[in-house]
Design a protein around this ligand. Structure first.
Ligand SMILES: [Zn+2]
Length: 242
């Protein structure tokens, strides 16, 4: 099976295929601390893999989607307390993603899936999608925050959910096990009634850069989550549900 990657195409090749796709998927994530056991790129690895599975499932039904190169940097205030977190301001992310969405709309794509892997991106991405919706009334942006939108399904597989927790760790064990250090996979859930915003709050809310107990994560759980989430998104794109 040949997977089309637009960054590998020439413009005439791109021009030939773009009318055939039913949707484009733009994965967005962050470069951010994820406990001591997960790589900084976790929030991109996960949605990119989900996007690739969606592409495969849509193709099996005789249709095409195009997976765009991901946007790696996101908004991450709290986790910026840890080395390796590259935080961009929400307005920068809104403008940047908004520009990319507008370009995709100008290319003629009518259904754009923003596949988000990171909590701090939710508001800027919502605003970016609204900006494009105002400019292009015939374009639909599907903003999917996979760990939130499919929370019920995920909790039927995992006992808990949280930053660098059982669900994310399981998904990473399924995608890139060599990047996961399960000997360091321990943590706890820190609950706060209200949100306090101050410099380095992440040290309190995300001790060691996580906020859950990832110790019972397995690759098998991760594979089930990836399959459930990607199948649901494939159906949504093809109008089979939701
Ligand atoms: Zn994450």
């Amino acid at each position: 099976m040949i997977i089309v990657r637009i960054e590998e195409l020439s413009w005439p090749e791109f021009d030939r295929i773009k009318d055939k796709v039913v949707a484009v998927i733009l994965p967005v994530g962050s470069v951010e601390a994820h406990g001591r056991h997960l790589p900084l790129g976790t929030d991109v690895f996960a949605p990119l893999k989900i996007a690739e599975l969606v592409e495969q499932k849509v193709r099996e039904r005789g249709k095409e989607v195009l997976v765009m190169p991901p946007i790696w940097y996101g908004h991450s205030f709290a986790l910026n307390a840890y080395p390796g977190t590259i935080n961009v301001r929400p307005e920068s992310l809104r403008m940047y993603v908004g520009d990319v969405l507008a370009e995709l709309a100008a290319e003629g794509f009518k259904k754009i899936v923003l596949l988000n892997g990171h909590g701090g991106n939710v508001y800027p991405l919502t605003e970016a999608a609204e900006d494009v919706a105002e400019l292009y009334p015939d374009v639909e942006v599907y903003l999917i925050n996979w760990w939130l939108d499919f929370r019920e399904d995920i909790l039927s597989v995992c006992s808990g959910q949280g930053h660098a927790g059982e669900d994310e760790t399981s998904v990473m064990l399924a995608i890139r096990p060599e990047l996961v250090n399960m000997r360091e996979a321990r943590g706890r859930r820190v609950k706060r009634k209200i949100r306090v915003i101050k410099k380095d709050i992440g040290k309190e809310v995300f001790p060691d850069g996580l906020n859950d107990d990832p110790s019972s994560a397995t690759a098998e759980k991760g594979e089930r989550i990836l399959q459930i989430v990607s199948e649901s998104i494939a159906r949504i794109i093809l109008g089979e549900e939701g």
